[in-house]
Ligand binder design. Structure first.
Ligand code: MD5
Ligand code: FE
Length: 203
């Protein structure tokens, strides 16, 4: 099923289920080279979500602000390669959602535990807002908040489950969004964790 969140934003329910094991193997391979870490926000808080990256560019945050880098600031090494399974899924899902020819170069991987949250924000560190973002949810369910183009616009709530893929772009590309504090609803495969990765064209 396809749930429309906006004119060019949708959730493809269960779209990643057939390849979930390959995706989880990819997450493990990435985390083995570039471990999950809790970054500092520009405002000096520690994020409750742990993150890592793969692909040519990786998103980082520190006291200086938010940006994409070619190397992992923790190791000085290039971010791990994007797993083939991520790329294939992202291209297929983007095309399915009306964004053919998606050529991503970055993937931000988030890990949530009970109590982790992601406050309302826009994804605006990418160079080209013409490209969509593809997001994959694995493990515990989360309550996704989807607002408007301004922080104060009312946000709708949509649950995201293991295997769901969200795609958004075009007129919905800069909408505020976030994740409500995670409840502890253990998943049979991943336990008390949620993994979300967002595949992007950043450069
Ligand atoms: C997450 N990640 O689940 C969230 C939400 C991020 C981030 O926001 O920047 O890493 S990804 C799902 C999402 C975001 C924006 C729009 C839509 C889905 N959508 O239109 O469906 O870790
Ligand atoms: Fe985001």
């Amino acid at each position: 099923g396809r749930i429309l969140l906006g004119p060019q934003a949708m959730v493809l329910r269960g779209y990643a289920l057939p390849v979930a094991e390959a995706l989880l193997a990819g997450v493990d391979a990435v985390a083995a080279q570039a471990p999950f870490r809790h970054m500092e926000t520009a405002g000096g808080y520690t994020m409750s979500v742990a993150l890592t990256n793969c692909g040519q560019l990786g998103w980082t945050s520190d006291a200086r602000g938010y940006r994409y880098t070619r190397t992992d600031p923790q190791s000085g090494l290039p971010w791990p390669d994007m797993p083939e399974a991520f790329l294939r899924l992202a291209r297929d899902a983007a095309a399915e959602a009306g964004f053919p020819g998606f050529e991503p170069d970055a993937c931000l991987v988030n890990r949530y535990e009970p109590g982790s949250r992601l406050s309302l924000h826009q994804d605006r560190n990418e160079r080209d807002y013409g490209a969509p973002i593809v997001s994959v949810s694995l493990g515990m369910p989360a309550m996704f908040l989807f607002g408007g183009d301004q922080r104060t616009d009312k946000a709708s709530r949509t649950p995201l489950f293991h295997g769901d893929v969200a795609v958004w772009g075009g007129v919905d590309r800069l909408r505020y969004h976030g994740i409500m504090p995670m409840k502890d609803l253990p998943h049979p495969r991943l336990g008390s964790r949620r993994i979300n990765f967002t595949i992007r064209k950043a450069g």
